[in-house]
Ligand binder design. Structure first.
Ligand SMILES: [Zn+2]
Length: 97
């Protein structure tokens, strides 16, 4: 997943960490227990990510942020990307899904 750091606040790492702590390192969408810091890597499916409900990277209010597993995060963003495509009128792209 591309990560353009310039679109995020400079203290994003701390904000993201705090969000994961608040969630108890569980996906707030499906409830999956995710890997905590210091746990050995097993699978990226248990990597904690932080997503923006309104897709605005600079909007880091706690109510806009959710700790999520990669699958839920991708599914959530995929819905947003599909909407964006429709709004852009590039309907051709939708046929490739
Ligand atoms: Zn999940």
């Amino acid at each position: 997943m591309p990560f353009d750091r310039s679109k995020y606040p400079p203290d994003w790492d701390e904000i993201a960490f705090a969000t994961k702590e608040r969630a108890g390192w569980r996906c707030e969408l499906c409830g999956k227990q995710l890997r905590r810091p210091g746990e050995p890597f097993d699978t990226h499916r248990r990597t904690a990510t932080v997503m923006h409900l309104n897709h605005e990277p600079m909007d880091v209010r706690p109510e806009n942020l959710r700790c999520a597993c990669p699958a839920c995060h991708l599914a959530y963003d995929a819905g947003h990307h599909a909407e964006t495509r429709v709004q852009c009128g590039t309907d051709q792209l939708r046929l490739n899904i």
